[in-house]
Design a protein around this ligand. Structure first.
Ligand code: AMP
Length: 195
């Protein structure tokens, strides 16, 4: 199964994708995670991406499309994958469309997590606090100031993807405001009907 998870930062895409990945035995491909790893390893990609990431802005399409193209060619993605945080612009969605068409690997579904913006800020603050309490490093962009920039980038550049995929008939929406387990149930309900 090949799917995209869509939704603003803090909508629960990461949490749900871990559960979907486990259940369907397909990898979760998070461009945010891949970019953070590249920054930590100080690779050329990481060095180019760092400034935009720290500011809460989007990294350029060509960098991100390049890392996704390489990643979906790995053997563990042969039977499907969950894209979390990609595509984030219409140009990325079009590049992905071309990529998958040339591989004859069509997308099965685009799942959008619909959330109330007002509570996202609370969620991010909680995520930062809990991460710190576990003694793990807190993401540099999980602070209220940068979060607002990330949300603005989402609204301007990523939200239009909802319409883009609605037009292709692939879009399904889930209420991301429900408790985590209920969201998972709703997601599995939708995915179960695809098989
Ligand atoms: P995330 O972990 O998905 O919230 O991503 C964290 C940061 O990584 C974003 O704020 C962007 O700076 C960068 N990023 C992740 N995915 C993409 C993407 N598909 N296109 C551009 N930038 C991205």
């Amino acid at each position: 199964m090949r799917m995209i998870l869509l939704g603003p930062p803090g909508a629960g895409k990461g949490t749900q994708s871990v559960r979907i990945a486990e259940h369907y035995k397909i990898p979760q491909l998070s461009t945010g995670d891949m970019l953070r790893a590249a920054v930590a390893a100080q690779t050329p990609v990481g060095m180019k991406a760092k400034e935009a990431m720290d500011a809460g802005a989007l990294v350029s399409d060509d960098i991100v499309v390049g890392i996704v193209a390489d990643r979906i060619d790995e053997p563990d993605a042969a039977n499907g994958f969950i894209l979390d945080g990609f595509p984030r612009t219409v140009a990325q969605a079009e590049a992905l469309g071309r990529m998958l068409e040339s591989k004859r690997q069509p997308l099965d579904i685009v799942l959008e997590f619909v959330v109330d913006e007002g509570i996202l800020l609370d969620r991010i603050a909680t995520r930062a606090r809990e991460t710190a309490e576990r003694g793990e490093p807190v993401r540099k962009d999980d602070n209220p100031e940068v979060f607002k920039t990330r949300l603005a980038a989402y609204k301007e550049q990523t939200a239009p993807l909802s319409q883009h995929y609605e037009a292709t008939g692939l879009l399904r929406q889930v209420d991301g405001m429900k408790p985590i387990d209920e969201v998972t149930q709703a997601v599995f309900g939708i995915l179960g009907k695809l098989a």
